[in-house]
Structure formats: C-alpha cells, structure tokens
Design a protein around this ligand. Structure first.
Ligand SMILES: Cc1cc2nc3c(=O)[nH]c(=O)nc-3n(C[C@H](O)[C@H](O)[C@H](O)COP(=O)(O)O)c2cc1C
Length: 373
C-alpha cells in the first residue's frame, strides 16, 4: 500500500489531501486540521475560487485566496466556464501567490455552478474542459513560475453518462499532473456512497497520480481504499468535519504508532481552539459561532456513551445543547457543563459513521448509518 506519492518533484507524505469544501475549509479550519495532525497532512487546497465574474481577474476580490506559509504545499482551486478567464486567473494567481499547484474544478454539483456549465457542468462538455485545461496549462507555461496543473472531477454527469475514463485521457493529454476523482455523479450530489470501482479503474489506467475521494472517514477506510483501489492517495472532505484528527490518525498509522481512543471531553476542547483561530483570522463573534455549530453538528455524531444501548444517540443530546446556544459565551458555558456532566464518560468513535450526507442522513433508516456498532 502506498503511503506517499510524488506530485512532480514534491514528495507528498502522508498521501492525504484535505478536500476543498466551500464555506468550510477556510484558513482557520485548515489550520485546525493541521495543528491537530501535528502538521502531518499531505496537501492542502483552497476553497474553489470563481473566475467567471471578474472582467479582469482581481486577487483582492477573493477571500478564498488567503493562505499561510505554514500551509505549504498548498494548491489553489479555480472554477469557471471560460477558458480565457480561467487561464488569466491561473497565471495571476501563480505569479503573485506562488501556490505549489493550480487545480481546475470539474466536480461542483451546485445548480448555480454546474447549471451554468462550470464545475461538474464541464463533464457534459468535455471539449470545453479540454480547452480550459489546455489554456490554463499554456498560461502557466507562459508565466514566470513553473508549477503543476491538477484536476478534480466527478465520475460523470449521471449514471448514463459516466465519462471519467475520457476525462483522464484528456487530462493526461493536456499535461495535468494529478487527478482527484470524487466517485459520485453530478446527479448524485452528496447522496449514496461514492463508487470506488470507477476510481479504481481510473487509477489502473492512469500514468499520473490518481487521488480517490468519497466517504473516507477513518484510518481503516483510508487503508482499505488505498489497498483495494490502487490510488496514490485519498482526499478527505466531510470526514474531516466529523473527525478533524483524522489526518494525524492516518499519519500515526503510517508511521507505525498505536491508535489512540479519544474521550468526548478531549474532543470538545477543539471548539475553543477553532474559535480562536476564527477570531485571529478576523471573523466576527457570530461568524465564528456559526462555524462552531457547523463543526459541532457533525463532530458530535461520533459521540457514544458506553453505558447506553446502541439505539440511544448520545451525540444528539450534546449536539442539541450546543446548536441552540445563542452567543459564543453561551456556547462555551454549555460546553463546560457538558464536559463536567453529561459528556464526561462518553467516547469519541466517529469510525462507526458510514454515511456522511449530513441532513440527508435523516432519510436513511436509523441504524443503516451506524452499521457495526
Ligand atoms: C460544503 C461542501 C463544499 C464543497 N466545496 C468544494 C469545493 O469548493 N471544491 C471542490 O473541489 N469540492 C468541494 N466539495 C466536495 C468535496 O471536496 C468532496 O469532493 C466531497 O465532499 C466528497 O468527499 P467526502 O466524502 O470526503 O466528503 C464540497 C463539499 C461540501 C460538502
């Protein structure tokens, strides 16, 4: 099983990527994951940066471009449907911000993106995707830096039009140096489970590193995906919200260190850390509180009370307590009360979650998502 891969001359160890998530993986969230991992994350990527809107791409107008030197190796992801605008944005970003790579997004399913023909909309128009990759690569070649171009895509638009093998061929032909494949179609959104068989087929056919993406939420799933599907690495999105320690846990496993069971109390201490990172980054109190709740909504799903039976959702009660706080002060008061009382003997076991669909999980029969508990 691979534990590292090469992106051009860069050794990426461990072979993990924090998958970009718009509205989630900003600099403070990335910092949180980085700190909790002991700085052992393979690659970090920006939230996607729009290029369609600006007549002339303007660095100042895009908060997603902000990153810190400690985040390197760092990639900046752009999206759009106009080859000339994508190329101009890539050149300006590369020359001014010097990221380690530029990534094109061909995966976003949101109607306002895909419906207009960018993001996963490009999978319905592969000639356009090819033109974008060609022009972006040419712009990077004409710039004063020499960095890799990477691509992130889904397996296709819908089940009837899976075209990820064609996407791979186009990408390789246009000089793309790493392909991350999210194993869902656009139509799937974030529902169901990712189709790793397709990811495996791409990895087997590819000359470039292929990174598998979809539903990796534990050391065990990361290991299983790497072993079974022959990918060069795994990209982890929602799994990092359920468990921001996941990168450190994978690094520990790759380094032969023992697995550590965490208590709920240790886990809850992540909230003041994250809050301070948000404030240091210039967030308002309410803005930071929103992000605390966003994290709590997922993270608390991992809580189990060993004294309860399997049907009792211990995390739900913690979640409700935190999500209904009106101010940051109230959030932290409640957090302290939970640590001293209700949550004091809970364990943190996010590995039992197999479906990371957030709200959609309510559509599953209770129990489906907690197999093996
Ligand atoms: C809230 C949210 C925002 C996302 N934003 C982006 C994005 O900006 N760029 C991108 O390539 N993928 C984006 N994604 C997709 C993820 O990077 C990832 O491909 C997807 O969540 C599947 O991986 P996972 O099962 O590990 O979460 C987003 C996903 C979510 C849930």
């Amino acid at each position: 099983m691979l534990k590292s891969f090469k992106l051009r001359n860069l050794d990426v160890f461990p072979n993990t990527i924090l998958s970009p998530m718009d509205g989630v993986t900003d600099a403070p969230f990335r910092r949180l994951c980085r700190v909790l991992s002991g700085n052992r994350m393979g690659l970090l990527v920006s939230e996607f940066v729009p290029t369609d809107g600006d007549a002339v791409f303007c660095l100042d107008g895009h908060k997603q471009l902000k990153f810190f030197p400690e985040e390197r190796p760092f990639g900046i992801q752009i999206f759009g449907r106009f080859p000339d605008k994508m190329a101009a944005a890539a050149k300006k970003i590369a020359e001014n911000l010097h990221p380690e790579f530029i990534e094109v997004n061909a995966g976003c399913p949101a109607p306002k993106v895909a419906g207009k023909g960018s993001g996963s909309g490009l999978l319905r128009d592969l000639p356009r995707l090819q033109e974008i990759l060609h022009d972006v690569r040419a712009a990077l070649d004409n710039s004063n830096v020499d960095i890799p171009l990477t691509l992130k895509c889904r397996i296709g638009w819908d089940d009837q039009s899976i075209n990820v093998m064609e996407t791979l061929k186009i990408a390789e032909g246009e000089g793309v140096e790493m392909l991350t494949v999210h194993g869902r179609t656009r139509l799937q959104g974030y529902n169901g489970l990712a189709n790793w068989d397709w990811i495996g087929k791409v990895a087997a056919a590819a000359k470039i590193p292929v990174i598998g993406n979809g539903d990796v939420n534990s050391v065990a799933t990361a290991r299983e995906r790497l072993e079974t599907y022959g990918v060069s690495g795994v990209s982890i999105g929602r799994g990092a919200m359920h468990n921001p320690w996941i990168f450190g846990q994978i690094a520990d496993a790759w380094e032969g260190k023992p697995e550590r069971q965490m208590t709920a109390i240790e886990t809850l201490d992540v909230f003041p850390l994250y809050y301070n990172f948000k404030l240091e980054d210039g967030s308002t109190e309410m803005g930071a509180l929103g992000r605390l709740k966003q994290l709590a909504a997922r993270l608390c799903k991992g809580f189990v009370n060993p004294e309860f039976d399997a049907e009792n959702d211990a995390g739900m009660q913690v979640r409700q307590t935190l999500l209904t706080a009106q101010t940051a002060a109230e959030f932290f008061d409640r957090l302290q009360a939970l640590k001293e009382g209700f949550a004091s003997n809970m364990l943190f076991s996010p590995d039992r979650l197999i479906n990371l669909n957030g709200a959609k999980e309510t559509e599953l029969r209770f129990g489906d998502q907690f197999a093996g508990r």
